[in-house]
Design a protein around this ligand. Structure first.
Ligand SMILES: Nc1ncnc2c1ncn2[C@@H]1O[C@H](COP(=O)(O)OP(=O)(O)OP(=O)(O)O)[C@@H](O)[C@H]1O
Length: 383
């Protein structure tokens, strides 16, 4: 949240005029300080986060601003593994503030969220993650309705199966606040326990689960939800007692906007998986989403193609949504093609019944693909 430092009482021009009081010699009028702070705030709003059209104030990285004796001090806290970003922001802020006539001196401090100065950690990924959580994999799609949540839930179940053999645990964080379907797909309802200031995740099929679906009523207007995205992600990563998790799957909302930006600002991701269907409309949007993630230095771990084909009883395959979009996307993004998930009635039924196909039909082709994708991803994040 944007904060201004106001250590002195506020005496505005009207107050000064209305009182028969003259300030002691040398007193600095604080209304000037306030006006200047507002100008500084405006100037900061003109500074864009490198690579984005969004400004650093609405991005939530400006922590403190002070103005005294012509000196503007700004403190910025960011999470990035790109060593070029802190100096780029510092330079832009200095330039914007030096352009203000009342500012004689500018002091900008940029701190990585881990508390380290950027110069000490140049090129090193941020270390302050979610307490107890080792690897975080985001599932992203770009286009809605491609089966991203179905993929995320089945992937999380596949991870849980694999990790249970090592005595470890997986979880899923549902940030798809526009259509939080993860609780339904895992057969969960109700509200999570609150312990002090923390939320205790729900348990479904041995997964630790937190979803906006547990917290908002279904009839919460969609227009209220947009501004909630960033706050939700911050709270889900900072205020949820996840316990010891080897791996957390994050189901992002469709699109390439606030949630992704907020996520990369809040927690270091091990990487992201892109889900697409084979048709060009989905692959185009998926690629746009990937480029945005890459700009923030999130590693694209691979591309998975959902609804790839429908198998007829005679074993022949029909490419209902076209062909080749997943492999093409992976090639274009120079990343691995992870696999094809068929169009299968049991996937939809498993989701609706609260038991994902990985658990309800482990022998099915789809379940095997999910387990194989989970194994490759686990190997990648552990490498
Ligand atoms: N491979 C599949 N075979 C059959 N049905 C599927 C498959 N993948 C997803 N579905 C079904 O398609 C519908 C949409 O899936 P899902 O909700 O996972 O999509 P989404 O991309 O997360 O959607 P949104 O972006 O709108 O949240 C669901 O009813 C789901 O059960």
């Amino acid at each position: 949240m944007f904060q201004v430092s106001e250590e002195r009482p506020f005496y505005g021009p009207r107050f000064l005029k209305s009182k028969r009081w003259s300030p002691p010699k040398g007193t600095k009028f604080n209304y000037r300080i306030r006006v200047s702070l507002e100008k500084i705030n405006q100037a900061l709003k003109s500074v864009k986060y490198p690579g984005f059209s969004r400004d650093i104030v609405s991005f939530g990285i400006v922590r403190d601003v002070a103005f005294e004796d012509g000196k503007a001090s700004v403190s910025i806290a960011i999470t990035t593994s790109d060593a070029n970003i802190p100096p780029a922001i510092r330079d832009s802020v200095e330039e914007a503030l030096n352009a203000l006539p009342e500012v004689n001196e500018v002091d900008v401090s940029v701190v990585l969220s881990g508390g380290k100065k950027p110069s000490q950690t140049a090129g090193v990924a941020p270390t302050e993650g979610i307490p107890g959580v080792k690897h975080v994999i985001a599932v992203s799609s770009g286009k809605g309705g491609v089966g991203k949540s179905t993929f995320a839930v089945n992937l999380a179940c596949a991870f849980q199966q694999i990790l249970a053999q090592e005595g470890k645990k997986a979880g899923i964080m549902d940030c798809d606040i526009y259509g939080p379907s993860v609780p339904l797909m895992l057969g969960l309802s109700g509200r999570p326990y609150v312990e002090g200031e923390s939320l205790i995740p729900m348990e479904g099929h041995n997964l630790s689960v937190m979803s906006m679906g547990f917290l908002v009523d279904e009839d919460t207007p969609v227009v209220w939800r947009g501004p909630m995205v960033m706050k939700t992600i911050q709270q889900f990563s900072q205020n949820v007692k996840w316990g010891d998790l080897e791996l957390l799957v994050v189901d992002l909302p469709p699109g390439t906007g606030d949630a992704q930006l907020s996520l990369v600002q809040t927690i270091p991701l091990s990487g992201a998986v892109l889900v697409t269907t084979p048709q060009p409309a989905a692959t185009q949007v998926a690629k746009r989403g990937a480029r945005m993630l890459e700009k923030t230095n999130v590693k694209i771990l691979g591309v998975a193609e959902n609804m790839s084909y429908l198998e007829a009883p005679d074993g022949s395959r029909q490419n209902i949504f076209g062909e080749g979009g997943g492999t093409q996307t992976a090639t274009d993004l120079n990343t691995e093609f992870l696999g094809q998930i068929p169009l299968d009635k049991s996937i939809r039924e498993g989701g609706d019944a609260g038991t994902p196909i990985v658990l309800s039909k482990p022998e099915s082709e789809a379940a095997k693909v999910f387990v194989s994708i989970a194994n490759s991803l686990l190997a990648k994040v552990r490498a």
